[in-house]
Structures are given as structure tokens and as C-alpha cells.
Design a protein around this ligand. Structure first.
Ligand SMILES: Nc1nc2c(c(=O)[nH]1)N[C@H]1C(S)=C(S)[C@@H](COP(=O)(O)O)O[C@H]1N2
Ligand SMILES: [Mo]
Length: 378
């Protein structure tokens, strides 16, 4: 007897190009928005040489906005991608599996697209909860795969352009041949997907869009939870800094005319106030009221040239975020402070006591805590 393995038969009627197009209409823009805002984040954190001194320090909420969109569009893309994969998965069993070299290439590009898209959303989501169950480092791999996915997506849209065009609008000829019942079912499916997108968005976006903070169910951070009503990413204990003793603290400003200040001397300098957010790459952000010494004043006193770049060095001895750099736009912005106070109190040790950097339009990871040194770079 000859055994034959038959491909499965799918009787569900919504595994068709029209449903795939309807979902793609939302999934495509979500990925595009996620990619563009991801690029912004990447270049603000790791600017190439030509850009390093050109990043604007305004609007002060710029990074908070783009990174909030990055994480929100990524989260919204999860139910969209799942729905899209459900719609098209019967094609995995298409028979014969390969019809021609062109068909083989197309299937390969779809495989890259699906694998890359799942990888980006999964690693991005896990990054928002600071869980890294993989051996590679998140940022460079998430960044590289984003280009791969974007390339595969552009190719996919180009290959599918005729089908997309045929199914794009309600009146397109593709619809006429389909039974009326399918249209009703499709509307239900799309309504369910829209509800899922709305639900995951509304229950997470409050981590950054603070007016919606009371709707937070799944976001890893609540913007109010933390000392002085501000979340903490790395505590003083985790950073190995602990509570810095007042009498031991020194701020070194290493410019053309280097000098050192004690904490009392720093407190005696003119203090300024700023309302600025901490906007973490992980998607939470929170605005706060900061008081401290203008970095511009400290640099001026050291004789730093107006266009100098500055390196900010933490008292923390190990860890990736102990040093940050900024261009002259940030260094000379009157809102850029070496903050000593937060929301009317001395900084909590977890927020960088006795002094931390706070600057407008800057990723949270570059808002260095426990600052011990400002170095003027030539
Ligand atoms: N020295 C030092 N500064 C740091 C960090 C760090 O690990 N070490 N973490 C950064 C990150 S990732 C963020 S989001 C903010 C968090 O600031 P907050 O704890 O004051 O809210 O601090 C930044 N400054
Ligand atoms: Mo962060």
C-alpha cells in the first residue's frame, strides 16, 4: 500500500488576501512608526560622529514623545501581527511547496520577514520588563534586525502590490466575487483585532502618557511608583554606589581651568529650576521638578569653549551607564542642570544623590546619576 501525506485543507473563509490586506493596512504603518522612532532613539543614544554635536536639545519632551510612540506602536503591533499570521498561516502548507525559483525566493523573504518581525516584537517587549533571556546584547541586535525586517517588508509590499491594490478599497473588484457572509465575518474579525489593539494600548500606554496612568494593568512601570514619585531603573545599591557621604563628595570640572567643588560649595552656587522628564528607552517616562546648578555655568567657570562637548562621569565604578556625553546644544541649554533636588526634596540616593544630570530631549539612559566629574572634550 502506498502512503500519501496530504496537505491539510483549510475551510475557514478568512484566510484570504482581502483579510490579509485589511490587517496589513494597520500592521504596515505600526511597523513603519516603530522603525522610524527606533532610528531616532538609536541615533540619540549612539550618534555617529557627524551627528554627535547636532542633536537638538529642544523640544524638551522630544525623546519622551518618540520613545513613547516606539514602545506603544511595538505593543500595538503584537495583536496585529498575530492576527496577520493567523490569516496567512494556511499558506505554509501550500502544495507544491516550491513552484519555481521566484516562488522559492518569495517564500524565503516571507520567512525572513516573519522570523524578524516576531524577533523584534518579542525582544522589544521583554526589554520593557528588563528581562534578557538571551546571550546577545539587546541594543545592537534589535537594531540590526530592524533593518532586516524593514527590507523584507518593503520587498513583501512590492511583491504583493497587485493583491494589495485589488483588495485595498471596499469597492475593489476583488470583493465582488466573495460571498456576502465573508464580509460580515471579516468585519467581526477586524473589530476583534481593533479591540485587542485598543486594550493592550490603553492598559500600557499610561507608563508614558501619564493622564492614562490609572488604566495601567500590564505595563511594567507605574509612573508614580518609586522614591519621590519617580521610577528608578538602577538603585544606588545595585549600582554599588550606596549613599554618598556629604563630606567625601567632590565635583571635578575638568576644563581648560580645572577646579573642584565640595557639596556645600555646589549648593551655594546659583540654583535654577526645570520641569523635565526622565524618558527611559524601556517606554516609561515621567516629568519631574528639578533644582540645581546650570551645567552651562559650571562649564563657563572652567573656561570651556562655547562649542565644547562634555563627558559626564558617575561615581559608579562599573556598568554601561556610568558615563554619558553631550554636544554643546545640550551642554549650553539653560535647562540642563546638575540637579541637587527633585520635586522639592534632596535627591533620593536612588535618583543620584548628591547630584545627577538632567537635560531636555535626552534618553533616560544618558541622564547620568551620582555625577562626580564633568570633562570638557576638545
Ligand atoms: N550612573 C548611572 N546613571 C544612570 C543609570 C545607571 O545605571 N547608572 N541608569 C539610567 C537609566 S537607564 C535611566 S532610565 C535613568 C533613571 O533615572 P531615575 O532612576 O532617576 O528615574 O537613570 C539613568 N542614569
Ligand atoms: Mo533607562
Amino acid at each position: 500500500m502506498k502512503l500519501r501525506v496530504l496537505p491539510p485543507v483549510f475551510r475557514g473563509r478568512l484566510h484570504d488576501a482581502r483579510t490579509a490586506t485589511s490587517i496589513g493596512r494597520w500592521l504596515g504603518p505600526a511597523f513603519a512608526l516603530c522603525f522610524v522612532t527606533g532610528l531616532v532613539s538609536h541615533f540619540m543614544q549612539h550618534p555617529p560622529v557627524w551627528l554627535a554635536d547636532r542633536i537638538p536639545s529642544r523640544p524638551s519632551w522630544g525623546y519622551r514623545f518618540t520613545q513613547g510612540l516606539h514602545v506603544a506602536s511595538g505593543i500595538a503591533a503584537i495583536p496585529l501581527l498575530l492576527a496577520k499570521l493567523w490569516t496567512v498561516y494556511p499558506r505554509l502548507f501550500a502544495w507544491p511547496p516550491l513552484r519555481s525559483a521566484r516562488h522559492a525566493l518569495e517564500r524565503l523573504s516571507v520567512a525572513v520577514l516573519v522570523a524578524g518581525a516576531v524577533f523584534e516584537l518579542a525582544t522589544g517587549l521583554l526589554n520593557t520588563v528588563q528581562w534578557y533571556p538571551w546571550p546577545f546584547s539587546f541594543v545592537p541586535v534589535h537594531y540590526a534586525v530592524a533593518w532586516l525586517v524593514t527590507g523584507a517588508l518593503v520587498l513583501h509590499i512590492a511583491v504583493k502590490a497587485p493583491e494589495i491594490r485589488a483588495h485595498w478599497s471596499r469597492r475593489s473588484p476583488g470583493t465582488l466575487s466573495l460571498p456576502a457572509q465573508d464580509a460580515a465575518d471579516r468585519r467581526s474579525l477586524l473589530a476583534a483585532v481593533a479591540a485587542a489593539v485598543g486594550a493592550v494600548t490603553l492598559t500600557t500606554v499610561g507608563q508614558s502618557l501619564t493622564p492614562l496612568k490609572n488604566l495601567i494593568l500590564f505595563a511594567p512601570r507605574h509612573p508614580d511608583h518609586g522614591p519621590q514619585a519617580l521610577p528608578v531603573n538602577r538603585t544606588a545599591a545595585a549600582a554599588g554606589v550606596g549613599r554618598v557621604a556629604d563630606e567625601q563628595y567632590r565635583l571635578v570640572v575638568a576644563g581648560p581651568r580645572p577646579y573642584t567643588l565640595t557639596l556645600d560649595e555646589l549648593r551655594a552656587l546659583p540654583q535654577h529650576e526645570a520641569e523635565l522628564p526622565i524618558a527611559c528607552v524601556e517606554g516609561w517616562s515621567r516629568s519631574a521638578h528639578w533644582t540645581g546648578v546650570r551645567v552651562a555655568d559650571l562649564l563657563e567657570r572652567s573656561g570651556a569653549p562655547a562649542d565644547a562637548r562634555v563627558r559626564v562621569v558617575s561615581l559608579q565604578l562599573r556598568g554601561g551607564y556610568r558615563v554619558s556625553e553631550m554636544g554643546h546644544e545640550h551642554a549650553r541649554d539653560p535647562l540642563t542642570l546638575l540637579a541637587l533636588r527633585l520635586n522639592g526634596e534632596e535627591l533620593d540616593p536612588d535618583h543620584g544623590y548628591p547630584a545627577r544630570l538632567i537635560a531636555p530631549n535626552r534618553p533616560g539612559v544618558l541622564q547620568t546619576k551620582w555625577v562626580g566629574r564633568l570633562e570638557v572634550l576638545s
